[in-house]
Design a protein around this ligand. Structure first.
Ligand code: GLN
Length: 532
């Protein structure tokens, strides 16, 4: 069949959950045996979010081919259990970069290079790229931002052109918000009407409206929205607040979203989506046998989106253990040797989060020490592993000044250091060790038990590495390296065999945990915590 293209645009406000709606629709189509992928187009001018601070953008999600991308790609992978790639996230910066490169090469043959057609042609080319591979029946494209934004305009214009070119193989779903005015007990549709008007001004007629709401919408209200927006009532779908994002596919199915999509795209709707495993995940999620408190020690606690994939991995691993992980985000800047016991006293497990820079580093090291000395299950990720290494060097090996070059380039004991191939890099974006690398796991280690394998592949995003000059000394004193890059011998995992559960990875396991395939490291950590 022809590849079908679905565009998801947003109106009224940002943060309405376009990514979740797109991922939920994709899930429902996938569960009907349709092969589907999702991509995100972001209107900002950065090439990718690599240089963005988490306060701006939340987590940077890294794909296995090394793209630093929007956190919505994490939702896509977690919902669908498929891998995304460089091609699944495009920004205005990247679009302009390609066009300007072409211009410098002389590809435009003396023409004036303009937003229309050159920028829009490049947007359209990239919108169709995954579809051209013929691997997918349906490509869903989420357009970041809100219609009416100046920077979204070239994307909406490209959607208009593609709707025209692709005809029935293309549809536009517009997500809006229906606010509830408590004082007058009324749901208001005017913002939706205005938002659709704004789309219409750009020449795009939405085919389906998804209305985010905190209250159920009556038939009358849907009819009214449909009438004002030229959309049939059965294509006005409500998306009421859910207790978990993983419930959204089922709610949207109940509202008939997938059925309307199939009908409009001319795809036969002969059977129901097979959501058995998904439903059983939700049942277990809603009926935990136990609640366990785990500390996530990091410096971005005010913006949980900075740790999105970690939070979701704990949901998946909790369900796998039939328990709910009550994750407490603890500001590492507040932790000192004196108060760490007070902060972490009722925690059954401690995770030290990934991160960059000096702020809050001492508190993270104190948290590691507290976990190590009190035999509390510990799991460190990336900077969390580097902190575990620094802590061990300071407090067990006795190198009081031990540090990472990132934090103190003059330390005599750089137990975490820059590798030769990183030393001459001056640019900031896209220059870290990025993407999936193989890892060889040591026989007889905790890592081997956890993975049940000796060869794995995990994703990275960091510049600094364990300094192998110290490896023998660490191992002699009780911290062993249990994962290595088979080509470079870089240390990818460390553990303390005498401890109840103490493991840390230089890679980011949270990027590979999905609803139906929770990550073994998170599952094993939560299991150790639940058994305590
Ligand atoms: N800042 C550390 C490095 O660059 C760790 C990065 C991370 O935690 N993602 O190596």
């Amino acid at each position: 069949m022809n590849t079908r293209y679905i565009f998801v645009t947003g109106g009224v406000a940002s943060s309405l959950g376009k990514g979740i709606v797109a991922a939920s629709l994709a899930k429902l189509l996938q569960a009907r045996g349709i092969s589907v992928t999702i991509q995100k187009f972001d209107p900002y001018i950065n090439i990718d979010p690599d240089t963005l601070n988490p306060y701006e953008h939340g987590e940077c999600y890294v794909t296995s081919d090394g793209a630093v991308s929007d956190l919505d790609l994490g939702h896509y992978e977690r919902f669908l259990g498929i891998e995304t790639s460089q091609a699944n996230n495009v920004t205005t910066g990247r679009i302009y970069q390609s066009v300007i490169d072409k211009e410098r090469r002389g590809d435009y043959l003396g023409k004036t290079v303009q937003v229309i057609p050159h920028i829009t042609d490049e947007i359209k080319r990239r919108m169709k790229l995954l579809g051209n591979s013929k691997k997918y029946d349906v490509v869903i494209t989420e357009i970041g931002g809100t219609v009416g934004d100046i920077e979204s305009f070239p994307y909406i214009e490209s959607v208009r052109q593609l709707k025209w070119e692709l005809g029935d193989d293309c549809l536009c779903i517009h997500l809006t918000y229906v606010p509830y005015l408590a004082a007058s007990h009324e749901l208001k549709t005017k913002p939706t009407q205005h938002s659709v008007k704004s789309l219409l001004q750009s020449g795009v007629q939405p085919d389906i409206l998804v209305l985010r709401t905190e209250h159920n919408l009556s038939e009358d209200l849907r009819g009214k929205v449909g009438l004002f927006c030229n959309v049939a009532k059965n294509a006005v779908i409500q998306c009421v607040d859910a207790s978990t994002i993983y419930e959204v596919p089922l709610l949207l199915h109940k509202e008939g979203l997938d059925a309307v999509v199939l009908r409009k795209l001319g795809i036969p709707n002969d059977w129901e989506p097979d959501m058995k495993e998904w439903i059983s995940f939700l049942d277990r999620y809603k009926n935990p046998k136990k609640v366990v408190k785990v500390a996530l020690v990091g410096k971005y606690v005010e913006i949980p989106d900075a740790y999105k994939s970690i939070l979701e991995s704990f949901v998946h691993a909790g369900v796998a253990n039939d328990c709910k992980v009550d994750l407490r985000l603890i500001q590492s800047e507040n932790l000192t040797a004196e108060n760490v016991a007070e902060y972490l006293a009722d925690m059954k497990g401690i995770m030290v989060a990934p991160g960059f820079g000096n702020r809050g580093i001492d508190g993270k090291i104190e948290a590691v020490r507290y976990a190590r000395e009190n035999n509390i299950p510990f799991f460190g990720i990336c900077l969390g592993m580097q902190c575990a290494v620094i802590e061990f060097a300071r407090n067990v090996l006795g190198y009081a000044d031990a540090n990472s070059t990132e934090m103190d380039s003059r330390s005599e004991h750089k137990v975490v250091d820059l590798m030769e191939d990183q030393k001459n890099i001056s640019g900031m974006g896209g220059t870290m060790r990025l993407g999936a690398y193989p890892c060889e796991i040591k026989k007889g280690s905790l890592a081997e038990q956890v993975y049940g394998a000796n060869a794995i592949s995990e994703r990275h995003r960091h510049r600094y590495e364990f300094n192998n000059d110290y490896l023998a000394e660490f191992e002699k004193n009780g911290m062993v390296a249990s994962g290595f890059n088979p080509d470079t011998r870089l240390v990818e995992m460390v553990e303390i065999p005498s401890h109840r559960f103490f493991i840390a990875s230089q890679f980011h396991p949270e990027l590979q945990s999905t609803v139906l395939k929770p990550h073994p490291l998170f599952v094993a950590f939560v299991k150790a915590v639940a058994e305590l």
